[in-house]
Design a protein around this ligand. Structure first.
Ligand SMILES: CC(C)(COP(=O)(O)OP(=O)(O)OC[C@H]1O[C@@H](n2cnc3c(N)ncnc32)[C@H](O)[C@@H]1OP(=O)(O)O)[C@@H](O)C(=O)NCCC(=O)NCCS
Length: 192
């Protein structure tokens, strides 16, 4: 099953897998959620065709260039897509950063933390990354709380994209106190 579905990480409640064009409708919903628009930005995705273009220039381009990117977070038992979580490589930041967003009904259950923690562990163990940072808009208290539980601290305001508003750059200060036994799915079992 994993080989067919591009599964990257499995946790007790979640699976993180590569996005596909079949995720277009889910992406239209997530990328137009008011909190996504407010905290992350407007990706201009209003239709499934827009979502497929977003996939081409965003996640698919990143998978091809780096072997990682934003992945679909889905419920392990039902495969319902709940959000995005993964790693981004931006020219404007000194290290890869972790990105995440869940649909509103999936919040408040510790699922974002479970996904982010598993991605940080995967970055360390499977990708050999020694530092993964995060960026958060100054009003996004919920996201900053999540990062604090993972040992992250804000350092300075930075501009992550030309013309964008400043965001807080978070660095890990302590090794995460892992409670989630996320399992990376090995390269050999993955399929595209
Ligand atoms: C930021 C975001 C991902 C945080 O999601 P979240 O569900 O609040 O985060 P967590 O997974 O850390 O969950 C914490 C909440 O789950 C609760 N919870 C329930 N069961 C839990 C469990 N087993 N483990 C941990 N927390 C649990 C906590 O008490 C906490 O509740 P509270 O918010 O009422 O205090 C979410 O708000 C979101 O998608 N926002 C829009 C996009 C966005 O801003 N992304 C971040 C950009 S930097």
């Amino acid at each position: 099953m994993n080989a067919l579905r591009g599964v990257v990480i499995e946790t007790p409640r979640l699976r993180l897998r590569e996005l596909t064009c079949s995720d277009a409708a889910f992406l239209v919903a997530l990328l137009n959620d008011p909190d996504f628009l407010h905290n992350i930005g407007d990706r201009g995705v209003r239709s499934e065709a827009d979502a497929r273009h977003y996939l081409d220039v965003g996640p698919f381009a990143s998978y091809a260039a780096h072997g990682f990117g934003l992945w679909c977070v889905e419920r392990a038992d039902t495969a319902e897509p709940l959000g995005l979580c993964g790693l981004l490589r931006r020219d404007t930041l000194p290290h890869p950063d972790v990105g995440y967003a869940l649909l509103p009904h999936a919040r408040g259950q510790g699922l974002a933390r479970e996904a982010v923690e598993s991605v940080l562990a995967y970055a360390r163990t499977a990708l050999g990354m020694d530092t993964v940072v995060a960026i958060v808009s100054p009003a996004n208290e919920r996201s900053m709380r999540l990062l604090a539980t993972l040992g992250y601290r804000k350092t300075e305001l930075v501009t992550a994209a030309p013309g964008a508003d400043p965001v807080w750059l978070f660095f890990p200060t302590t090794p995460p106190n892992s409670t989630i036994p996320g399992s990376p799915v090995t390269e050999g079992t993955r399929g595209r």
